[in-house]
Design a protein around this ligand. Structure first.
Ligand code: C5P
Length: 206
């Protein structure tokens, strides 16, 4: 079974994708880590994430096995990732990696922004996970402060809006709900409820 999970940041899509992978014993790829890793490499080298050529070079040379999970999770990395990911050359460079992962014979779960629309339009199940802006901002704020980052709720909300609009407005593979995706609104759900709902949908789709 190939499952595509898309949605805006802090909608719960990552948690849901991981839980589906465990439940159905499938390999999982969080595709946002690829864009975050390219962005972090650029920031660390003092490069500008708006530099499409340099970003694409780094994307082509990216070794997913070498991604440092700790470094890529900051709010700054997320912001820079949304700049880097708007370059069509970068998306092109990361396409094969994701499509090969999706083509594993036993199936897979991938989560991101364009899985159901571009990476795996033939997926057996497409979930589009949403939640209202405030719920998402509170969740991301809790996550970042838990990680030791000092950032206010208002700052998180401003960054969330900026990333949402950049991800949805870019010309290359914008964040979008595929026509045949099932939408899951997690605004009023606990993590457990959201995961249970997603598993229920997947069991009926299989
Ligand atoms: O999901 P996450 O917040 O880790 O993604 C970071 C950024 O990477 C997103 O804001 C988005 O700009 C980009 N991204 C993307 N396409 C994907 C996954 C992530 O453009 N499939």
């Amino acid at each position: 079974m190939l499952i595509a999970v898309d949605g805006p940041l802090a909608s719960g899509k990552g948690t849901i994708a991981r839980a589906l992978a465990v439940h159905f014993n499938l390999p999982h790829m969080d595709t946002g880590t690829l864009y975050r890793a390219v962005a972090v490499e650029m920031l660390e080298a003092g490069e500008d994430p708006r530099d499409a050529g340099r970003a694409a070079e780094r994307a082509r040379a990216l070794d997913p096995a070498a991604i440092n999970e700790r470094k890529i999770r900051s709010a700054g990395a997320g912001m820079a990732a949304s700049v880097v990911s708007a370059h069509p050359e970068v998306r092109e460079a990361l396409l094969r990696l994701q499509q090969e992962f999706a083509a594993q014979p036993g199936g897979a779960v991938l989560d991101g922004r364009d899985i159901g629309t571009v990476i795996a339009p033939h997926a057996d199940l497409k979930l589009f996970v949403t939640a209202d802006e405030e719920s998402r901002a509170w969740r991301r704020h809790a996550e970042l402060t838990h990680r030791g980052e000092s950032i206010s709720y208002d700052q998180v909300l401003v960054q969330l809006r900026a990333r949402d609009s950049r991800d949805a407005a870019r010309s290359s593979a914008p964040m979008a709900k595929a026509a045949d995706a099932v939408e899951l609104d997690t605004s009023d759900m606990s993590i457990d409820e959201a995961v249970r709902a997603a598993i229920h949908i997947a069991q009926h789709a299989a």
